[in-house]
Design a protein around this ligand. Structure first.
Ligand code: UDP
Length: 335
């Protein structure tokens, strides 16, 4: 089974300077797979990339074509996209352009270069408001934000290209990516930061006075939202397995990537208090628009198809890896 962790390269990783991308690049390198990163550095970080980096925007079709000609990648792992739900509501045009149209550009460049395998970042946001939890891959896909809709369009595009042109594709629907690499030199750094764990750790570092809890009147045991936090190194591992599986002949794969465990906002804050030894003041504010009360992955597809089981599932371990990165790089990659 474990040859599923070793894809054939060279692999082009779009968005490889970003959070999940950089961890996946590291995992490929570790297995000796040649990697090229393509990133416009709009949200990614040059310091997170230690392999050849092409600073190219996916909107630039000529430059994209040149990268394919120069490196002749046999496969693509596609992370480059915008991923802020709130921003997508205010500026859907940007999301359709950067997520959908730029993915079309990428698929066309792949066709022109006869590169047929792609693994890409999808999201549990394609399910929308869950009608049942845990959410397995057969759950209806009715996204409620432009962000979720653009990711669903991307899935559909790949499916159609698969049928018509023989593209082999994997859509990995992540739940909440979290944590940081065990080596401590890669982690999560977004500008602006909107994610719970880095914000909570920012309070412990004195960067913010308090963490705001977005609603404590949800239908959950402690009233705060429950999410499935999945370690970024486990996500990286799943991408390698998915790519190997395509390269072994699977035409398409759709898998959730989550642990199946849900933790509430309060439980995350409690874990961070224990790990950091900081009081981490918290204040309840009204709900954030569009937050479902529970998002937890169900199903066994990733295990069955990819032999993937997340190794780090305890919230303490996930938060503690994130904390190691935050302590080592208090300003993220802006040294
Ligand atoms: N959250 C919160 N305060 C914050 C940021 C997030 O209470 O400052 C909550 C948010 O409502 C959600 C959970 O934490 O229930 C995880 O949010 P995050 O933005 O990290 O990920 P999302 O679930 O939106 O992908």
């Amino acid at each position: 089974m474990d040859n599923l962790g070793v894809p054939q390269g060279p692999v082009l990783v779009t968005g490889g300077a970003g959070y999940i991308g950089s961890h996946t690049v590291r995992a490929l390198e570790r297995r000796g797979v040649p990697v090229i990163v393509l990133d416009n550095l709009s949200t990614g970080h040059r310091a997170a990339v230690k392999v050849p980096l092409e600073v190219v925007d996916l909107a630039d079709r000529a430059a994209l074509g040149r990268v394919f000609m120069a490196y002749r990648p046999t496969a693509v792992i596609h992370f480059a996209a915008r991923a802020y739900v709130g921003e997508s509501v205010g500026d859907p045009s940007r999301y359709y352009r950067e997520n959908v149209i730029n993915t079309w550009n990428l698929l066309e460049a792949m066709r022109a270069a006869a590169c047929r395998d792609i693994v890409f970042s999808s999201t549990c946001a394609t399910y929308g408001d869950p009608v049942r939890v845990p959410i397995d891959e057969t759950h209806p896909q009715q996204p409620i934000s432009p962000y979720g809709r653009t990711k669903l369009h991307m899935e559909h595009m790949m499916q159609d290209y698969g049928r018509a042109y023989g593209l082999r594709w994997a859509a990995l629907r992540y739940f909440n990516a979290a944590g940081a690499s065990r080596d401590g030199d890669l982690g999560e750094h977004h500008e602006p930061e909107t994610h719970l764990i880095p914000l909570v750790l920012g309070v412990a570092q004195g960067k913010r006075p308090e963490i705001l809890i977005f609603g404590d009147d949800y239908d959950t045991p402690d009233g705060t939202c429950i999410r499935d936090y999945v370690h970024v190194d486990d996500l990286a591992d799943a991408h390698l397995r998915a790519l190997s599986k395509l390269q072994q002949g699977s035409p398409e794969l759709v898998c959730n990537l989550g642990t199946g465990n849900g933790f509430s906002v309060r439980e995350v804050i409690e874990a961070a208090r224990r790990i950091t030894g900081h009081a981490i003041p918290a204040r309840i504010t009204p709900r954030r628009a569009g937050d479902p009360s529970r998002l937890v992955s169900g199903g066994t597809r990733a295990r069955e198809l990819l032999g993937w089981t997340p190794r780090t599932t305890a919230i303490e371990d996930i938060v503690s890896d994130a904390w190691r990165f935050h302590r080592a790089f208090p300003n993220g990659y802006s040294f």
